[in-house]
Write a protein that binds this ligand. Structure first.
Ligand SMILES: Nc1ncnc2c1ncn2[C@@H]1O[C@H](COP(=O)(O)OP(=O)(O)OP(=O)(O)O)[C@@H](O)[C@H]1O
Length: 285
């Protein structure tokens, strides 16, 4: 589905990403962890084609569904964003126009990619918001972004990101600005969306608890290098790189021992999922 091949990225003269290689298969959730400044957001921005004036790919390829994204022009990239690849940001405000109602934002997000009428946009938005657990979606649609709480706004931002049913969703720390309870609800919503819309995902987090909860594969970034890459279960049980060991040791648990995986009935059909009690979750957030 997506393959990052020997990617080197600079901001100006400074090399930020060095020889990054990873593959994301259909419907997989890949999580990228690493300390602040290790290059996680730069990797996501490279995939989205949003490196800005200073940033550029100096070497390597990003291949999505057989197309080399590094060869797209700005117009082609714009067409891809929001339709086949979408993004959820850390701050939900980044996804909204503060001067428009939520309904208008759904309408415009859909209209960029295909002609829809207001009623059709409303129906789609209501159905998505319903899926995301809003009991009265029409009330949400009539609101302005500032009228939503942080947790509500992030769920609406997720709905807006997936309104055109993208094949691939990128998320840069989508829950770190939220409180612990809302964090878990939001992550569950993302898992639910993945299942309902058959999306593939790459998500950045600094939280190993989140990785343990929902990743299939994990990449660990350190000083712009992808120092470890593999299936979550293997990586958590048998980390190879000293930095990964450090990250895992830092997961707070009640007894200081890495929690054991438990297969539960809720996980039926969800390969490699890890279940934690609410208490455990709160401790790890
Ligand atoms: N627009 C920019 N211009 C110049 N340097 C930048 C720019 N954006 C990021 N950098 C630098 O690139 C490096 C990687 O930053 P990046 O934001 O990708 O790291 P990160 O792992 O996402 O960090 P965080 O977890 O704090 O968001 C850092 O040294 C940062 O200072």
């Amino acid at each position: 589905m997506l393959s990052v091949e020997q990617l080197y990225v600079n901001y100006g003269e400074k090399e930020i990403l060095h020889d990054v290689d990873l593959q994301v298969a259909q419907e997989e959730i890949v999580m990228i962890v690493g300390e602040s400044g290790s290059g996680k957001s730069t990797l996501v921005r490279s995939i989205m084609g949003l490196l800005g004036e200073e940033g550029h790919i100096t070497k390597g390829n990003i291949v999505f569904q057989g197309v080399n994204l590094c060869q797209l022009n700005k117009k082609q990239y714009r067409e891809l964003r929001g339709s086949r690849i979408a993004m959820v940001f850390q701050q939900p405000e980044s996804s909204f126009d503060p001067t428009q109602t939520i309904h208008r934002q759904f309408y415009e997000a859909m209209n960029v990619h295909r002609k829809v009428n207001v009623r059709e946009a409303e129906q789609t938005a209501k159905s998505l918001l319903g899926m995301l657990g809003f009991r009265e979606p029409e009330t949400i649609l009539s609101k302005y972004p500032f009228e939503l709480s942080g947790g509500m706004a992030q769920r609406v931002a997720i709905a807006l990101a997936v309104v055109n049913e993208p094949a691939f969703l990128l998320a840069d720390e989508p829950t770190s600005a939220l409180d612990v309870v809302v964090q878990k609800q939001t992550l569950d919503v993302i898992l639910d969306m993945r299942q309902k819309l058959h999306m593939t995902m790459l998500m950045v987090t600094h939280n190993m608890g989140v990785v343990a909860y929902m990743a299939d594969k994990v990449g660990v970034m350190h000083h712009g290098h992808l120092v470890e890459w593999g299936k979550k279960t293997e990586l958590l049980k048998n980390p190879q790189h000293p930095y990964t060991r450090e990250l895992i040791r830092a997961i707070p648990t009640m007894n200081g021992i890495l929690p054991q995986y438990q297969e539960t009935p809720q996980m039926k059909g969800w390969k490699n999922k890890v279940w934690y009690s609410e208490t455990h979750w709160a401790l790890m957030a």
